[in-house]
Design a protein around this ligand. Structure first.
Ligand SMILES: *Cc1c(COP(=O)(O)O)cnc(C)c1O
Length: 329
């Protein structure tokens, strides 16, 4: 796991959904009342902030519009304005909008102000480059069902030396997700509680495949399939949701065209073509659909999606664009 996180620090593997890993990052490094800057560009950024709030952190949220990336200069201004901020929460790859943040720039701003940096890399790690040590990320969370290509059930969490210092002082309550206990057991090759054993076997197999391919090739493959998907979507005349400069190579969000029912579209794709697309979450429900292309997904899979979409769009809507409707054609 250390080589895939590009870290020499500890990587703990906990049995949980991804969200449990985010909760673990918060409760192990913070105390109630601690000032936290949550940088959010979508649903998962909001969730990270909410977890910190629930555990009593004093959370200031720096919100960017859905579809855009976080602006490092605005993060810098927020950190300069409030020296009491102790930690920064950032999402590497915002799965709800198909946007990948400029992590290199964001990490360097956080480093400049010497804050603890907690990263939700659940859907980006092992697919999109994130050199954890080189970019000074303190706690980085990933999840088995995303780039690792295996069933859900495990979260992987890297913990820097600086994060361990924070763990020693952190007062938020924790039991199941206690890093200190996880590390103690790890040293004996064990876990504090019953692990998701079957998923560990799957992870072992996935890591063998990934090690054979190599990190650089894995990142290049995701860049290629991301571009391939965006090109395919645009070739159908559809409009991409994300700011093209920050479009994710793990997931592509597409605007649901006028006159098409987004829910019906994903249903038709699933039932008639056996293709599972994701809908939009929260305020984006019905407005976008998402094509996942991280991990074990080939360009042939994307070809299937692109060739099924025109018929599915017709089945899920009037088949008319707004322009066609107004001209009556
Ligand atoms: C999938 C995902 C999560 C949540 O993972 P769960 O396993 O559903 O809890 C959190 N953040 C991001 C960016 C994700 O893609």
């Amino acid at each position: 796991m250390q080589s895939f996180f590009q870290t020499k620090e500890d990587v703990l593997v906990l049995t949980s959904a991804g969200t449990g890993g985010l909760e673990a990052a918060i409760v192990n490094t913070l105390s109630p009342g601690d000032k936290v800057l949550a940088v959010s560009i979508g649903v998962f950024g909001d969730r990270f902030a909410e977890i910190a709030r629930v555990y009593g952190a004093d959370v200031a949220t720096l919100q960017f519009p859905m579809g855009s990336a976080a602006d490092p200069d605005e993060v810098r201004r927020a950190l300069a304005a409030d020296p009491s901020i102790m930690a920064v929460l950032v999402t590497q790859n915002e799965t709800s909008t198909g946007v990948t943040n400029d992590m290199k720039a964001l990490c360097s701003v956080v480093k400049e102000y010497d804050k603890l940096l907690l990263v939700d890399a659940i859907s980006g790690l092992a697919a999109i480059d994130l050199p954890v040590d080189a970019w000074n990320c303190d706690v980085v969370v990933s999840g088995s069902q995303k780039g690792w290509m295996i069933p859900p059930g495990l979260v992987m969490v890297s913990v820097s030396k600086r994060a361990w210092d924070a763990v020693a002082k952190a007062q938020m309550p924790r039991f199941y997700f206690d890093f200190t206990s996880a590390k103690k057991y790890l040293q004996r090759g064990q876990t504090p509680f019953t692990p998701a054993v079957s998923v560990f076997f799957a992870l072992d197999a996935a890591l063998s495949l990934m090690a054979r391919e190599g990190l650089a090739s894995i990142f290049a493959r995701h860049e290629k399939i991301g571009q391939y998907t965006r090109d395919g979507v645009r070739s159908l005349g559809l409009v991409l949701f994300a700011d093209p400069r920050y479009a994710s190579n793990a997931v592509t969000a597409v605007k649901v065209p006028d006159g098409v029912d987004g829910k019906a579209l994903t249903k038709v794709m699933r039932e008639q073509w056996g293709i599972v697309l994701a809908g939009g979450q929260a305020s984006l429900e019905g407005k976008i659909f998402r094509i996942g292309h991280l991990g074990y997904v080939s360009t042939e899979d994307i070809d299937d999606v692109i060739s099924a979409l025109p018929q599915a769009l017709r089945a899920a809507g009037s088949g008319q664009t707004e322009a066609e409707k107004t001209t009556g054609s």
